[in-house]
Every structure is written in structure tokens, then in C-alpha cells.
Design a protein around this ligand. Structure first.
Ligand code: HEC
Ligand code: HEC
Ligand code: HEC
Ligand code: HEC
Length: 504
């Protein structure tokens, strides 16, 4: 009998438990609803606070609508992270490898070359580099095309002026128009926020290859927005309909490999400058980051630039893309461990190993190319003829091109280590080929002693060796910074204060 009342109690207990779970489920339901609501609120926060005008160049204005993306973008101002070959800090590449000064003699890169920093610095660094000099009048100095990969004011100005007109003036003439550093309007359509290509050179390069960029997939776009700037380019002075302009062009017509690009340049007889020591018709590779990346395993597996350099992060129940574009080694867990199970230490070691191995070949190639330039100079001085030098100079051109294709591809030795090593191998081969021919030629002119390697143990010594007057260049820059830059900023502030800001 004792059992029954107990059973009755139990039934009560079951009902109590049942009721209890109902309450718990109900409360859980409320919680979920509240989370969803928060999410909705978060998404609601996406709805514009200000109306973005077409071609709005100001990142802080976009930032009012998209605070998470903007705040993470602002971290590109950081400069506190160094890795053996990368990071976000300023690095003086000419000090790290003074050979470059001699290899680029006669070309502006021998004056000043720092490794890239965060996107927020693009305008400042372009203003300050000795490469842009100190133009005191708007008709002096570098072409306006130099602004093309620096600022979201570029699409605005191209729309206002016309594309070929944009390419047909000077850097100094458009200085006051380009004061916003790389940002939102470079990659996004202000009406839909879709990724978009704002630079005509990439669209035209696709057309030249018989491809249509509007057919690119969403995943491809997550790399192509970067390929607007992180690519090899040259200034076409003879483009039909835009003759004389410095028309920004990617040399992709035959393909994106260094061999195909070299064949393209050879065919059109293009060189960036003539080397003052060797007299070789030189090419300067300009950060072919995208081209080299496409040859690596990550590209092969469909991983995009944004997957590593702009990974998703979660904050307050909301997922957004980290706009702090920098070395992904600053946030390995977000950038790599979404796909890889290895520890942070292992992944970093994997990166450094690949970079160190390519760097080993790179430094060999640099020494050989310096040798080749100075030996060619000795050959000219010993009375060599143009006919005798022709093949040698081509070897130097090709060798330095292959070297630069790897050296200037930032991150390339990780993005595509096998390709980087292969191409560096070609650089070494061409440089050695030039030197074998030079030794033979010099011997026929009676020169059998070794041509001494110059003392270029520091950047200053190398710059003195090629005859650069660095004090003069620095003084010119200082005057420009003091006299011209405040004028640019004043004009820009006036123009921007007149730009409408419509609150919603
Ligand atoms: C409008 C041109 C432009 C676009 C678009 C662009 N970049 Fe850049 N990027 C630059 C320039 C210029 C610099 C160097 C800025 C400096 O040194 O002042 C740079 C620097 C960088 C750096 C070095 C940052 C550091 O902290 O050292 C990385 C990494 C990078 N870009 C990756 C990307 C990726 C990934 C994309 C696409 C999601 C992209 N960039 C899109 C022009 C561009
Ligand atoms: C170098 C190119 C680039 C620049 C500059 C850039 N974005 Fe993005 N943005 C991206 C990419 C890539 C994505 C991911 C898009 C996707 O996969 O759909 C993205 C995504 C977004 C999204 C969608 C939600 C998300 O986070 O994934 C918003 C909103 C956004 N960006 C706002 C901004 C704002 C605001 C700025 C300026 C402060 C900015 N972006 C600058 C490339 C860029
Ligand atoms: C979206 C996924 C994804 C992300 C993000 C990613 N990886 Fe990978 N990674 C892959 C795939 C896929 C492979 C090819 C391996 C395979 O298919 O077996 C690979 C291969 C590699 C390899 C071997 C490649 C070689 O050179 O032999 C290394 C090293 C590596 N990843 C490191 C990294 C590091 C470091 C990061 C972050 C900066 C990273 N990965 C981010 C997917 C990813
Ligand atoms: C699998 C991950 C991954 C992908 C995909 C990837 N990168 Fe990188 N990237 C890295 C790593 C790792 C480094 C080396 C960073 C270092 O040395 O600190 C790097 C370095 C760079 C650098 C030099 C940054 C520095 O610190 O100096 C640039 C610029 C760059 N990448 C641009 C790109 C572009 C553009 C794409 C797409 C075409 C791309 N990356 C695709 C992982 C990636």
C-alpha cells in the first residue's frame, strides 16, 4: 500500500518535471527569439544611416553605415607587427638588400623603396616616397597614373574627367583630388554593397585575354577586387585613341606567367628604362601578387585572397569580414585554422620555411645580377660593340625580370613557393648565361682579370656608387612637403566640406 501514494507522488513529480521542462523550453525559446532579435537588430544596424552618394570617397562616411567593417579597416593603421619577410611595419628594402640600388640604377626605385604597409597609409606613403620627388608646379614630375592604386578618389575622378584624360596629366596636378586612402569605394558599389571592379585596367586586361570579368563568380570576385592593384602593369603610351597618355595596362594578352608577360613586352619592344651601367633595356616588375598567387595550391583549391586576408569574424552574434587587411600571421586562428588543424606555431613555421628557401635563391640572383651589370659596363669600356652586346643585354633584361617577378610579388614565396623557386631559378640561369658570355667577350678584348664587385655593403654606399645625390633629393622632398602638401589638404577639405551628407 505504501507504494500507491508514492506512485501518486511520482506521477505528481513527473507532471512537475514535465511542466518544468515546458517552462525551460519556453524560456529557451525566448532566449533564441531574443538572439534572433539581436541579430535582426544587428542587421538592422546595417540599414544605412547616411545615404551614400555615387563615388563617395570618404571611408568615414561609409563607416557610419558599416561600423564593424570600418573599425576593422582602421586597424590597417597599425604598424607593430614584424615577421621575417613581411608584417605591417615599415621596412627599408634598399637597406636590407643594397644590391637592389645597383640593379635599379637610373630608375626611381634606387632612391627609395619600402615594403608595403596597411591600406590606410597608401596616400601618405606615396606623398612621402622620394620616388615621387618634389614637384613644385603641377606640370612637373610623375604621371597622374601613379594615383590609380592609392585612393577611392580615383573612380570619382575617372568619372569626372574621363579615363584617358585621367591618365594624361601629372601626379602633382591631381594631388589635391586624392586625399582619401584606399577604401570602401575601391571595392564596393555604394548602392548594393556588392563587390565591384572600379579600375578599368582589370576589365580591359580581361577583354585582351578574350574573357569577360562580369562573368566572374562570387568567390573569384573575392580575389579580383585585390587584382585591381596587386598586379603587374605598365604605362602604354601608344594606346590607340589615347596616344601620349600614360595608359595603365596589364600585360596579360598572352597570359599571366612571367614568360608570357616577357614575350609580350619583347613583342611590343617595351622597356621601363635603360640601365646606365650595362645599357640593358630593363623591365621593372610591379608587384605581380595576383599572377603568382594563381599558380599556388591555395588558388588551385579555390581559396581566395579574402579567405586569408579578410577572414570572417564573429562579434555580438554577427559575422562580418575582417577589413584589417595585413599579414594573416597576425590572426592565424581566423585566417588559417578555419581550414587547417595544425597549431599556430606549425603554420607559421610552414610559412617561414617556404619564404626562407625562396629568399636564399633570391639573394644569390641579386649578387649575380650586380656582377652582370658591372661586367657589362667593363665590356663597353673595353670597346665592345652593340652587336656583341645584344644577346648579353637581353640575358640581363630577362634575368632581372624573372628575379623581380618573384621579389616584387609580396607574399609570393608563400602563395606559390614552387613557382617562385622555379622562376628564381630562371633568373639565376639568365644572369649566369650573361656572365659566361661577358667573360668570353672581355677575354677577346684582352680583359682577363676579374671585374671587382663594388663595395655596396650599405644602402648609402650603393647609392654613392651609382652617383645618386641623396641630400639633394631629400631637400627637394622637404620643400615639397612644406609648401605643397598643406595646399593639397586645404583644397581637399574645402571640396569635401561642400559634399552633401544626407542623413536617413
Ligand atoms: C586600390 C588599390 C588596392 C586594392 C584594391 C587592394 N590593395 Fe592591398 N595594397 C595596395 C597598396 C598601394 C598597398 C601599400 C600601401 C602602403 O605601403 O602605403 C597595399 C598593401 C597591402 C598589404 C600589406 C599590408 C601590411 O600590413 O603590410 C596587403 C596584405 C594587401 N595590400 C592585401 C590586399 C588584399 C588581400 C586585397 C583585396 C582584398 C587588396 N590588398 C586590395 C593597394 C591595393
Ligand atoms: C580591398 C577591397 C575592400 C575594401 C577596400 C573594402 N571592402 Fe568591404 N568587403 C570586401 C570583401 C572581399 C568582402 C566579402 C564580400 C563577400 O564575400 O560577399 C567585403 C564585405 C563587406 C560587407 C558585407 C558584410 C561582411 O562583412 O562580409 C560590408 C558591409 C563591407 N564590406 C563594408 C565595407 C566598408 C564600410 C569599407 C570601407 C571602410 C569596405 N568594406 C572596404 C572587400 C573590401
Ligand atoms: C579556405 C581554406 C584554407 C585556408 C583559409 C587556408 N588554407 Fe592552407 N591549404 C588549404 C588547402 C585546401 C590546401 C591544399 C592541401 C590539400 O588539398 O591537400 C592548403 C595547403 C596549405 C599548405 C601546404 C602548401 C604547400 O606549399 O605545400 C600550407 C603550408 C598551408 N596551406 C598553410 C596555410 C596558412 C599558413 C594559412 C593561413 C594564412 C592557410 N593555409 C589558410 C586550405 C586553406
Ligand atoms: C592561404 C592564405 C593566403 C591567401 C589565399 C593569400 N595570401 Fe597573401 N599572404 C599570406 C601569408 C601567410 C603571407 C605572408 C605574411 C608574412 O610574411 O608576414 C601573405 C603575404 C601577402 C602580402 C605581403 C604582406 C606583408 O606582410 O608584407 C600581400 C600584399 C598579399 N599577401 C596579398 C595577397 C593577395 C592579393 C592575394 C590573392 C591574390 C593573397 N595574398 C592570397 C596568406 C595568403
Amino acid at each position: 500500500m505504501n507504494q500507491l501514494p508514492k506512485q501518486g507522488n511520482r506521477t505528481g513529480l513527473y507532471w512537475l518535471l514535465f511542466g518544468g521542462s515546458l517552462v525551460v523550453v519556453f524560456l529557451l525559446g525566448l532566449l533564441v527569439a531574443s538572439i534572433t532579435e539581436r541579430r535582426a537588430e544587428a542587421i538592422f544596424a546595417y540599414s544605412p544611416k547616411v545615404e551614400l552618394a555615387d563615388f563617395e570617397p570618404r571611408n568615414e562616411v561609409w563607416g557610419q553605415n558599416f561600423p564593424w567593417q570600418y573599425e576593422s579597416y582602421r586597424k590597417t593603421q597599425e604598424g607593430d607587427f614584424r615577421t621575417p619577410h613581411g608584417g605591417n611595419a615599415m621596412r627599408d628594402m634598399l637597406e636590407e638588400a643594397p644590391e637592389l640600388v645597383v640593379m635599379w640604377a637610373g630608375y626611381a626605385f634606387s632612391k627609395d623603396y619600402n615594403q608595403g604597409r596597411g591600406h590606410s597609409y597608401a596616400v601618405l606613403d606615396t606623398r612621402n616616397t622620394l620616388r615621387t620627388g618634389g614637384p613644385l608646379a603641377p606640370d612637373k614630375g610623375m604621371p597622374s597614373t601613379c594615383w590609380t592604386c592609392k585612393s577611392p578618389d580615383v573612380p570619382r575622378m575617372m568619372n569626372q574627367m574621363g579615363v584617358k584624360e585621367f591618365y594624361n596629366t601629372t601626379w602633382a596636378a591631381l594631388g589635391h583630388e586624392h586625399t582619401n586612402s584606399i577604401g570602401c569605394a575601391d571595392c564596393h558599389d555604394p548602392k548594393t554593397m556588392n563587390l565591384t571592379i572600379t579600375r578599368p585596367a582589370l576589365v580591359e586586361a580581361y577583354q585582351a585575354m578574350g574573357k569577360d570579368i562580369t562573368k566572374a563568380t562570387h568567390q573569384e570576385m573575392r580575389s579580383l577586387v585585390c587584382a585591381q592593384c596587386h598586379v603587374e602593369y605598365y604605362f602604354d603610351r601608344k594606346r590607340p585613341g589615347a596616344e601620349g597618355a600614360f595608359y595603365l595596362t596589364f600585360p596579360w594578352k598572352k597570359g599571366m606567367s612571367p614568360e608570357e608577360m616577357l614575350a609580350y613586352y619583347d613583342e611590343i619592344g617595351f622597356s621601363d628604362w635603360t640601365h646606365p651601367l650595362s645599357k640593358a633595356p630593363m623591365l621593372k616588375a610591379q608587384h605581380p601578387d595576383y599572377e603568382v598567387y594563381t599558380t599556388g595550391i591555395h588558388a588551385e583549391r579555390g581559396v581566395s585572397c579574402a579567405d586569408c586576408h579578410m577572414p570572417y569574424v564573429s562579434q555580438g552574434g554577427l559575422k562580418y569580414s575582417n577589413h584589417h587587411v595585413t599579414s594573416p600571421l597576425k590572426y592565424v586562428s581566423q585566417a588559417c585554422q578555419t581550414c587547417h588543424r595544425e597549431s599556430e606555431t606549425t603554420l607559421m613555421k610552414n610559412v617561414y620555411d617556404r619564404q626562407n628557401k625562396v629568399a636564399e635563391l633570391r639573394h644569390k640572383a641579386e649578387k649575380l645580377l650586380v656582377h652582370a651589370h658591372v661586367e657589362a659596363k667593363a665590356a663597353w669600356e673595353a670597346g665592345a660593340t652593340e652587336g656583341e652586346m645584344k644577346e648579353i643585354l637581353y640575358d640581363i633584361r630577362a634575368g632581372q625580370w624573372f628575379w623581380d617577378h618573384v621579389a616584387a610579388s609580396h607574399g609570393g614565396s608563400f602563395h606559390a613557393p614552387v613557382e617562385s623557386a622555379r622562376v628564381m631559378g630562371k633568373a639565376i640561369d639568365y644572369a649566369q648565361s650573361a656572365r659566361v658570355k661577358l667573360a668570353r667577350l672581355l677575354a677577346t678584348k684582352g680583359v682577363t682579370n676579374e671585374i671587382p664587385y663594388p663595395d655596396i655593403s650599405t644602402k648609402a654606399k650603393a647609392q654613392a656608387f651609382i652617383g645618386l645625390d641623396m641630400d639633394k633629393l631629400r631637400e627637394e622632398k622637404k620643400v615639397f612637403q612644406e609648401q605643397i602638401l598643406p595646399e593639397w589638404d586645404k583644397k581637399a577639405a574645402e571640396r569635401q566640406s561642400a559634399m552633401p551628407l544626407v542623413n536617413r
